[in-house]
Write a protein that binds this ligand. Structure first.
Ligand SMILES: *Cc1c(COP(=O)(O)O)cnc(C)c1O
Length: 366
């Protein structure tokens, strides 16, 4: 049986890409805020319905750079149920992560538990819109305002997600995106920071270019994270296909839900009212007693049948050697996150799944 992978990159048309490459070759401008870079920033701002976008070489450096730009220090409250880059960005800034448990209804940081984790050293909250499901941004902002904290959203999963017609990327002080090959929208490797005003955009553009504010002036110890012209061109073409890709994912999600609803011991998320989802992942949660098999037993059975799910997010970030000694990493502090991490499998979910692929996955689980 042919292999079914958990994801598959959204590849632009090779002919159109070649035409753009010829243009780039002719212009001999291959990086440093070139025409394609500027065009992609504009196109993304329009598509995402946000005022400003700054492109990066991946989705990790925008997290690190946002923390730098906002001069975040001390302690930052975050979720252990994410990809490890979220917490690594704090470590790279010498910030102590403080893990807070998640809400079982969404997998996102539980707003009810944030206040108890605030100390005089807390300067910011870094929530994650996990699987692209929007956090409770209003409640998080209310807490941030009450205690004078910044909010940086890791929105790596939330490309194109809207709540009541408004981009989720408008929440907080800044939001970061990843355009890695495995994501809904990709530039092979790439990412972006989304901000709300021109001054912040300017500051970020300095920081991602070594801090250069002009030919001879360096205003900060910046990093190098400029997206090049080749990937920007790829991104322009991929953007034309992303709506269709999201719709294909939506259809797959509908079919999965139809077939798995009522299977004993299998639960999953439904769409949230008023939300435009991007169907970036399709996590299911296995209750071993009811299902008759543990999550890992199912996971390895699927692998034997050449169906590659992924245990996103297992282990929790708080379990990795760098972080497990932190007081907030204690298992008793994070019961919901542990339960989800121990029971989750993300099913194959991408734009190119065929109906036969989907039925194969469903039959295997049933
Ligand atoms: C993918 C991802 C990142 C990192 O993005 P890269 O582009 O791979 O550096 C950060 N946070 C989350 C939640 C992610 O899924």
């Amino acid at each position: 049986m042919e292999q079914i992978t958990v994801t598959s990159p959204l590849l632009p048309d090779l002919g159109e890409f070649t035409d753009m490459l010829k243009d780039i070759w002719a212009k001999k401008w291959i990086t440093n805020n070139g025409e394609y870079h500027r065009r992609l920033e504009g196109a993304l701002a329009e598509y995402l319905k946000v005022p400003y976008v700054s492109l990066f070489t991946n989705g990790t450096l925008p997290l690190i750079t946002a923390l730098q730009a906002l001069r975040i220090t001390g302690e930052v409250i975050t979720s252990p149920y994410s990809f490890v880059a979220t917490t690594h960005s704090l470590w790279w800034n010498g910030i102590k992560p403080v893990f807070v448990d998640i809400d079982p209804a969404t997998g996102n940081i539980d707003p009810d538990k944030i206040e108890a984790a605030i100390t005089p050293k807390t300067t910011a909250i870094m929530p994650v819109h996990v699987y692209g499901k929007p956090c409770d941004t209003e409640r998080i902002q209310a807490i941030a305002d009450k205690y004078g904290l910044k909010v940086i959203y890791d929105a790596a999963h939330a490309f194109g997600v809207e709540v009541n017609g408004q981009s989720i990327l408008r929440a907080g002080d800044m939001s970061t995106l990843s355009f890695h090959a495995t994501k809904v929208y990709n530039t092979i490797e790439g990412g972006a920071l989304v901000m709300h005003d021109a001054k912040t955009k300017q500051r970020i553009d300095y920081l991602k270019n070594f801090g250069f504010a002009g030919e001879t002036e360096v205003v900060a110890p910046g990093i190098n994270s400029k997206m090049d012209e080749v990937r920007s061109a790829y991104g322009l073409l991929a953007l034309r296909q992303v709506d269709e890709a999201i719709e294909a994912r939506h259809q797959a999600a509908i079919r999965y839900r139809e077939a798995l609803r009522g299977v004993d011991g299998v639960t999953f998320f439904d769409d949230m009212p008023g939300v435009r989802h991007n169907y970036s992942y399709f996590p299911i949660f296995i209750d071993a007693d009811k299902f008759g098999m543990t999550r890992d037993e199912l996971y390895f059975k699927m692998r034997e049948a050449n169906v590659l799910g992924r245990r996103y997010f297992y282990p929790l970030i708080s379990e990795f050697t760098t972080y497990r000694g932190l007081p907030s990493a204690a298992k008793e502090n994070l019961p919901v996150a542990h339960r989800m991490a121990d029971t989750v499998i993300c099913l194959p979910m991408h734009h190119a799944l065929t109906n036969e692929d989907i039925e194969r996955v469903i039959n295997l689980i049933k």
